[in-house]
Ligand binder design. Structure first.
Ligand SMILES: Cc1cc2nc3c(=O)[nH]c(=O)nc-3n(C[C@H](O)[C@H](O)[C@H](O)COP(=O)(O)OP(=O)(O)OC[C@H]3O[C@@H](n4cnc5c(N)ncnc54)[C@H](O)[C@@H]3O)c2cc1C
Length: 415
């Protein structure tokens, strides 16, 4: 049996490990566009700012692939899928080769989604922060740069802002929407994040969609956003990610915004599975969504690996969770917004907000103090009755241990 996995990120690696754990006798080949072994992109901003070493990004030891009997084809991009002959086309050193599979996993992740703006994608002086190669490219160019513009104030954009500020650059962040962290926070919490950014001398321009990036004799010269033109020598585009489905064109695999999978991570094509950022799947509440994050990639990758190995394991749904630090201040959110709000203020400007529908938690936002957010997330996932929660209860110390000391909450959790 030959198993081929496209993508060497957490979804692909979790799947490969689940296959080896199952004991199935098979070959496992991982095809990876990137040349590095498995690493985490989550601390890439810290790597750029210099607080995290390059070595610490790598998630497995140097012997991992040999020991796990995984054949890693690094620097090799899948370019096509032909389910009728059960082969994928791969581009290696400029030549197209074909790889046969008995079972295939699509774990090729997502790519930066550039807005349709002239002079942006691929232009000199314009960077993204998606891969280790992107981070290395920023580091190679940051020396001698005084001013940077970061496009997009999602969590990756704001991580890039902090890294560049800590490298000594003056940074402007431009955001098309009317607030920072528009996917994560309500406007009132976002205003407090913005104030914190401004304390660190970050210029924040809201309602400012990028219209143009101009080039000068020495590279990028300015970004035109809203009604402003901001002079700069570096641009980082962090306008979100989108599944990269281009290599699957013509294969017949069912896609919408991502690859559609069932709860065993099977696609509509026989013997073809998908996991990680590339998938569109039901979330914890059954809504079909794209929810690119590390825990979802690992969880779906494990289920895909087990399914490919013939085990029966079911995916319980994507979890909408996000976390970021804004100059040391933790911010996190989960779930959706809407319904009844319970708000609480904590010490030192910390704030918490939960959204309840029919007495159940459907979402939450945390500023400054994120302790307990995991407890509320679990309550949401398990659909625990949370109707007892009010501002006073929410402002308390929340931990599993605290909950076990509180009889009403124990009853709620057991439900
Ligand atoms: C800067 C940054 C910070 C982040 N921080 C967090 C965080 O704090 N918490 C969190 O939960 N998530 C975070 N994420 C998101 C998280 O890293 C992703 O959700 C996760 O890596 C997705 O895993 P994946 O295996 O699906 O895809 P990826 O990790 O994207 O891996 C897919 C791999 O497939 C390769 N590939 C793509 N196309 C092909 C092809 N055609 N042929 C061969 N190979 C291909 C890609 O190059 C890539 O190496 C962050 C992401 C970034 C970029």
């Amino acid at each position: 049996m030959e198993i081929v996995i496209v993508g060497n990120g957490p979804a692909g690696v979790a799947a490969a490990e689940a296959i080896r754990k199952s004991g199935l006798e098979c070959s496992v080949t991982v095809v990876s566009k990137e040349s590095e072994p498995f690493y985490s992109p989550c601390p890439l901003a810290e790597y750029v700012e210099g607080s995290v070493s390059r070595d610490s990004l790598f998630m497995r030891d140097g012997d991992f692939y040999r020991r796990s009997r995984i054949d890693l084809l690094a620097g090799c991009a899948a370019v096509s899928l032909d389910p009728s002959s059960r082969r994928i086309g791969v581009s290696r050193s400029g030549r197209i080769e074909h790889l046969s599979y008995d079972r295939l996993l699509v774990a090729s992740g997502a790519a930066t989604a550039f807005p349709p703006v002239s002079g942006l994608s691929g232009a000199p002086g314009v960077f993204t922060l998606k891969t280790l190669a992107d981070a290395d490219a920023i580091l190679e160019n940051v020396g001698g740069t005084e001013r940077a513009v970061v496009i997009g104030s999602g969590f990756i954009g704001l991580e890039a802002v902090q890294a560049l500020v800590r490298r000594g650059l003056k940074v402007t962040v431009v955001e098309a929407m009317g607030q920072v962290l528009p996917q994560m926070l309500d406007a009132d919490f976002a205003a407090r994040v913005q104030a914190r950014l401004e304390t660190f001398e970050v210029e924040v321009l809201l309602d400012s969609p990028v219209r143009r990036v101009t080039q000068g004799p020495n590279g990028v010269a300015s970004v035109v956003a809203g009604d402003r033109e901001i002079a700069c020598q570096m641009v980082v585009c962090a306008t979100g990610v989108r599944p990269d489905l281009s290599w699957l064109a013509g294969s017949g695999v069912a896609v919408d915004r991502g690859v559609i999978v069932n709860d065993r991570m099977e696609t509509n094509l026989p013997n073809v599975y998908a996991a990680g950022d590339v998938i569109q799947a039901p979330d914890w509440a059954g809504r079909l969504d794209l929810l690119p994050n590390w825990p979802n990639a690992v969880a779906s990758g494990r289920v895909a690996g087990a399914s490919m190995a013939g085990e029966s394991r079911k995916f319980t749904g994507l979890l909408p969770v996000n976390a970021v630090r804004i100059f040391g201040q933790p911010v996190s959110s989960f779930g959706v917004r809407g319904g009844e709000q319970v708000v609480a203020a904590g010490e030192g400007g910390a704030a918490r907000k939960l959204f309840l529908e029919g007495g159940q938690i459907v979402g939450g936002q945390f500023l400054g103090d994120v302790s307990g957010s995991g407890v509320f997330l679990e309550m949401m996932r398990k659909r625990v009755d949370a109707s007892f929660l009010d501002g006073t209860a929410l402002s308390g110390r929340w931990s599993v241990a605290a909950m076990l000391r509180e009889p009403p909450r124990v009853r709620s959790l057991a439900g």
